[in-house]
Every structure is written in structure tokens, then in C-alpha cells.
Design a protein. Structure first.
Length: 172
């Protein structure tokens, strides 16, 4: 479980909120399966931009397993969505598919570690957006996401508020 931020291939004149909601409505119909980067040539520019921007991210689960690490067949009626996943030891996860790039920040961090992960996440998002022309969407805020300092700080505030609810700090 984590805070998710998306890049989606929405045209400049498209309503990013509608495009983001449509993507999120479609995703449950798919079972994500890790694939080798060569299986998704459409993602090459985004993948190169992400790896160039954050050297701590490395490929993960490129063995055909689903998002839960299982290699069970997809549920009846579900379609398989090939994805490329990159992760680091802090838990930052980047998932690339033909129709989106998702950055997931686990609900495990507070203070400076959280700020550091958000700074990295926003650098990755900005680099991939620059490489692809895709637009940023924040489902937690249900709207467009600025990839500048204001967008990062706003998303971080929502994340830290959620952390306070999920994992209340120990009281003395």
C-alpha cells in the first residue's frame, strides 16, 4: 500500500481528471504481470529517462509474476497487462505500462525520509514526462499534478496526513 502518482498520455486539451479517472476505472480489469523491458518498446523513452534520473532504481520481478509476486494464472475474465517495474531498497516503485507510468511511495516514511522519497519521485516523474509528453495525475487529490515544488509539497502533505491516520506516531 502506498501513495500513487501517475503519468498518462492525455492530450494537452484533454481533461486530466477525466483521463485519470478513466485509467483508474480500467485498471482493476487487468492483472499486472512483470515483463522484460524489451517486451514494451513503447516504454523505452520513459524507462531510459527514469534510469538516467535515479540510479538507485533497478528492474524488479521481470519473471512473469503478478503484482503480488505470484505466478498464478489471472482471475477468470481478467486480462494481462505487461509492466516493467523498477524499485529501490527504500520502497520507491516505478511501474511502466503502455498507457501509464505509476510511482508508488510506500506508507512507511515520515519527516526527511518522506521528503527525500518525494523529491526523487518528482524528479523521476518530471524526467519521464519530459521524455514522453505524458501528463501527471494525482488520484489522492483527484486532479492534475504540478511536477514543480508546489505539486511535490502538496502531495507530500497529503501523504503525511495519510501516514498520521494509517500509522499514528507513538505518544509519550
Amino acid at each position: 500500500m502506498g501513495y500513487e502518482l501517475y503519468l498518462i498520455p492525455a492530450a494537452p486539451e484533454a481533461d486530466i481528471e477525466d483521463a485519470g479517472e478513466a485509467l483508474l476505472a480500467r485498471l482493476p480489469r487487468f492483472t499486472e504481470r512483470a515483463a522484460e523491458p524489451s517486451a514494451l518498446p513503447e516504454c523505452a523513452r520513459a524507462l531510459e529517462a527514469v534510469l538516467r534520473t535515479d540510479a538507485a532504481l533497478a528492474p524488479r520481478d521481470a519473471d512473469g509474476r503478478d503484482a503480488d509476486g505470484r505466478d498464478d494464472p489471472p482471475p477468470q475474465g481478467a486480462r494481462v497487462l505487461p509492466v516493467v517495474r523498477l524499485a529501490d531498497p527504500a520502497g520507491l516503485l516505478v511501474t511502466l505500462a503502455r498507457t501509464f507510468l505509476r510511482v508508488t511511495i510506500p506508507f512507511d516514511h515520515r519527516g526527511e525520509p518522506a521528503r527525500g522519497l518525494f523529491e526523487r519521485a518528482f524528479r523521476v516523474l518530471a524526467a519521464a514526462a519530459s521524455a514522453t509528453g505524458w501528463r501527471a495525475y494525482d488520484p489522492q487529490d483527484a486532479g492534475p499534478l504540478s511536477l514543480g515544488d508546489d505539486g511535490r509539497d502538496g502531495a507530500l502533505l497529503i501523504y503525511l496526513s495519510a501516514m498520521d491516520q494509517i500509522r499514528p506516531a507513538a505518544r509519550p
